[in-house]
Each structure stands twice: as structure tokens, then as C-alpha cells.
Ligand binder design. Structure first.
Ligand code: PLP
Length: 252
């Protein structure tokens, strides 16, 4: 599927040596949709598919400089943001977003690896909520991230998830997509909530397998579809279908 070779998505995030998540997944996803990527690396992580070893954070100024150079060099039509590591890196990324208010940014608020290793300092969570989320067109937490971001227990069902989502939306983001992949039950429901609009539910059968990097794939694909001019709803639907197809083909 080739969308447009001339459009770029700027990917801001951490590298994962295993290739299971992070910028390797982002680039793979966006290029599978026919768009180009440019990158700003926030951290280098040493990982296998089961464990995270050493993590090296980039200097905040280096992250901002990579972003500015990428934006100067290319026609960047969307920005996808993943692992941010520290409050200082968040501040640097927010500064560049403020300089480019017309380019939509999609934030996957990565807090920890599946193996439980923190990928964002806990003291940076409030900074992310206050200084970065309001600048993003869409923020895509899973249920675990939603609970941490709202200081709640893990949502017990869709109604509870929607209550937490409304609370988080009131704190600044323009729109939220809550991913139900970590819930139980035969179906997996994601809920899109935008300011002043009714929630939109995206409901899929839950697949038996699991796969690393699905959050990266989803947010990258949404960014790619938004870059081509699709609405948020259409971008989310197509990105969900892409993740579903990838999990069905690659269930480990
Ligand atoms: N490493 C990096 C650099 C990431 O960006 C992410 C998630 O976005 C992860 C690891 C976590 O991936 P997983 O949940 O598949 O372990």
C-alpha cells in the first residue's frame, strides 16, 4: 500500500536493539504504508525480546536539534512521539512542537517496557501531562498507562476506562485513544474521545497471540494516515486494522 513517498513522519523516540519496539518498529510501520521517516533519538536501549539492559539517555538539546534538523530537511506532515525518558527531554520536545504548531503530533505515552522496566522517570509523568499532552493532536495510552496518568486503579471494564479517559481529557490533551488490549474478554475495545464529541468505540475480536511493539505500530500508523490528510477517526480505524493484521500474522 503506497500512500505518498513525498510525505515524511518525524519519529521521536528510543531505539530498541531487539527491533521489537521503538523507532525500528516505527520506521518499519510507516515505510510499509509508503511514507518516509526522519528521526530524533531520545534514548538508546539495550534490549532482547525479554529484558531491557542498559539505557542511555540523549542530551535534551541533542533531541531538539535532531527534531529541528529533520523538520528543516523534509516536508514533515506528522510527528510520532514514543519513549521520552526524562522531564528535560519532554521539555525539549515540547519546545519544538510549540515552534511547529501546525504539524499534528501523536504521543504514545510510553512509561515502561512489557518486562516492567521504567522507560520514563516517574517524576516526569506530571511534566508530560502538563507541558506535552496539550500540544498533541492525539495521545494513545493503554489501560495501564491510563491508570498511572490518572492516579487510579486499572479500569474494570469499558465504563470505568471511559470515566478515567474523561478525567485525563479534562487535564489538557485534544483527544485520547484508550487502548483496551490489556483488558480481559473476547473483544478488545479502544475508545476515542475528543473535546466536545461523543466517544467513538473501535471494537475487534481479541486475538490469542500477543506481539511486542503494538503500541508503536498503532501510533506510527495513525501518524502516517494523519500525514496523508485522513481524519482522526479514519486514521485510527485503518491503524487498528493494520495492527490486527500484524498480530494475526505474527502471534508471538
Ligand atoms: N523500548 C522502546 C524504545 C519503546 O519505545 C517501547 C515502547 O514503546 C518499549 C521498549 C516497550 O515495548 P514492549 O512493551 O513491547 O516491551
Amino acid at each position: 500500500m503506497a500512500l505518498s513517498q513525498n510525505l515524511n513522519v518525524l519519529v521521536v523516540g528510543g531505539s530498541d536493539s531487539s527491533g521489537g519496539a521503538g523507532i525500528a518498529r516505527d520506521i518499519e510501520t510507516i515505510s510499509s504504508l509508503g511514507l518516509r521517516t526522519c528521526v530524533a533519538v531520545t534514548a538508546v536501549t539495550v534490549q532482547t525480546h525479554h529484558a531491557v539492559g542498559h539505557i542511555r539517555h540523549m542530551q535534551p538539546g541533542l533531541v531538539a536539534d535532531q527534531m529541528r534538523a529533520a523538520l528543516q530537511a523534509n516536508a514533515v506532515a506528522a510527528i510520532k512521539i514514543g519513549m521520552l525518558a526524562t522531564a528535560q527531554i519532554i521539555a525539549a520536545v515540547a519546545a519544538v512542537l510549540r515552534e511547529n504548531p501546525r504539524t499534528p503530533a501523536i504521543l504514545d505515552p510510553v512509561l515502561a517496557s512489557s518486562s516492567g522496566r521504567p522507560l520514563l522517570e516517574s517524576s516526569a509523568i506530571d511534566v508530560m501531562k502538563r507541558d506535552l499532552m496539550p500540544l498533541c493532536r492525539l495521545v494513545t495510552p493503554n489501560l495501564i498507562e491510563l491508570a498511572v496518568l490518572t492516579g487510579s486503579e486499572l479500569a474494570a471494564g469499558d465504563d470505568d476506562a471511559l470515566r478515567q479517559e474523561r478525567r485525563l481529557l479534562a487535564e489538557g490533551p485534544q483527544a485520547l485513544l484508550i487502548k483496551g488490549g490489556h483488558a480481559e474478554g473476547p473483544r478488545s475495545t479502544d475508545i476515542l474521545l475528543s473535546r466536545g464529541r461523543e466517544p467513538i468505540r473501535f471494537d475487534m475480536p481479541r486475538l490469542a497471540g500477543s506481539m511486542r511493539g503494538t503500541g508503536c505500530i498503532l501510533a506510527s500508523a495513525i501518524a502516517a494516515y494523519l500525514a496523508t490528510g485522513d481524519s482522526i477517526e479514519k486514521a485510527v480505524l485503518q491503524a487498528k486494522l493494520l495492527v490486527f493484521e500484524k498480530i494475526s500474522k505474527n502471534p508471538v
